[in-house]
Design a protein around this ligand. Structure first.
Ligand code: AHG
Ligand code: MN
Ligand code: MN
Length: 337
């Protein structure tokens, strides 16, 4: 079998963007390199000192594990060395990181990322991920500014995720479909394993942290009950699958068909997940694979953003399943989302 590496694929695809000078290709390649380094550390997390908490907390007040810090540093270093981005926004940093080095300060792109998603799963050898989202800068020159990140998801130039799972995979889109690459550890290369990924229009998996049930909006409660009802024609009851690593849950549902929901709760009245570096990139991937992403009422990628760490509820996955959940949201609407 002829293997196509991520590097070869990126070069081939460069002709899709005749006006581009290769910066985006180089940026994607840099992400691939940082991903391999993070994967190396994730895969030996059980062995080395790096495992465990640093004792610090991040902007959201959550415990930070050492691998979050490591992944954050690796990706930042890769972006700085690559010279293709003029600013970075990360879950792990309160403010943006403007880059003012000679090679980067006039770069075209900004990157937003969740360097390690699902970090509560690190200590128990369960899949974690990285999510990234790339925008063209709106500022004219010099290091990037916060305004460069205040763009709707529809303006994304590229987005993707890396899943550090039983295999390490990199999945990305530049708006022309979704392609997935699996790391072959024997040659140290991401190889095209999932060309033109499409998500089934329908599925029978629903993924939600049901422990929060009492705090969910009525529409979500009713939808969960719908998923659990017996009905041969629609293949119900559906299966409940929830890893607690958004990337892993959404990746599984992308492949098998399913819906992932993180709604508002009384504890998190705006939802838990972050629009800029979790929901928008995942929404872009899912839409490009034929699926949907909504906040319960509106398309995720059309939401206005005015804060770096803005949260939103998320309904994402197979289009018919998302539509069904939204039907319940509309029918039992009690509050504004
Ligand atoms: P992170 O590790 O980057 O903070 O993200 C965790 C997110 C997401 O990956 C996951 O689906 C969700 O939080 C799980 O939240 P609950 O534990 O509240 O279900
Ligand atoms: Mn996350
Ligand atoms: Mn994270």
């Amino acid at each position: 079998m002829k293997v196509k590496t991520l590097g070869q694929f990126i070069i081939e695809k460069q002709s899709d963007f005749p006006y581009a000078k290769g910066e985006l290709s180089r940026l994607l390649r840099d992400i691939g390199i940082a991903a391999k380094i993070v994967n190396r550390e994730v895969s030996k997390a059980g062995l080395v000192e790096i495992l465990g908490e640093t004792g610090e907390t991040n902007v959201q007040g959550e415990k930070v594990k050492k691998l979050d810090v490591f992944a954050n540093e690796q990706f930042i270093a890769a972006f700085k060395a690559g010279g293709e981005v003029c600013a970075i926004a990360s879950e792990e940093n309160d403010d943006i990181i403007p880059i003012d080095t000679e090679i980067s300060k006039n770069a075209k792109y900004v990157v937003a990322m969740d360097p390690l998603d699902g970090s509560s799963n690190i200590d128990v050898n369960v899949s974690v991920g990285t999510i990234f989202s790339i925008y063209r800068r709106t500022s004219l020159s010099g290091p990037g500014t916060i305004l460069d990140f205040m763009q709707r998801g529809t303006e994304q130039v590229a987005a993707g995720y890396i899943i550090y799972g039983s295999s390490c995979m990199l999945v990305y889109t530049t708006g022309k479909g979704v392609n997935g690459f699996t790391l072959d550890p024997s040659i140290g290369e991401f190889c095209l394993s999932h060309p033109n990924m499409r998500t089934p229009q329908n599925g029978n998996v629903y993924s939600i942290n049901e422990g929060n049930y009492l705090h969910f909006p009525d529409g979500v409660k009713k939808y969960i009950k719908y998923c659990q009802e017996e009905d041969k024609a629609t293949n119900r009851p559906f299966s409940s699958r929830y890893i607690g690593s958004g990337v892993a849950d959404i990746h599984r549902n992308l492949i098998t068909g399913g819906v992932y929901i993180y709604p508002t709760t009384t504890k998190s009245p705006k939802g838990k997940l972050r629009l800029l570096y979790e929901c928008n990139p995942l929404a872009y991937i899912l839409e490009q694979a034929g699926g949907k992403a909504s906040n319960g009422a509106k398309r995720i990628m059309e939401l206005d953003i005015n804060e770096l760490h803005q949260r939103t509820p998320l309904f994402i996955g197979s289009s018919q399943m998302v539509d069904k959940a939204l039907e319940f949201m509309a029918k039992y609407k009690t509050e504004e989302v």
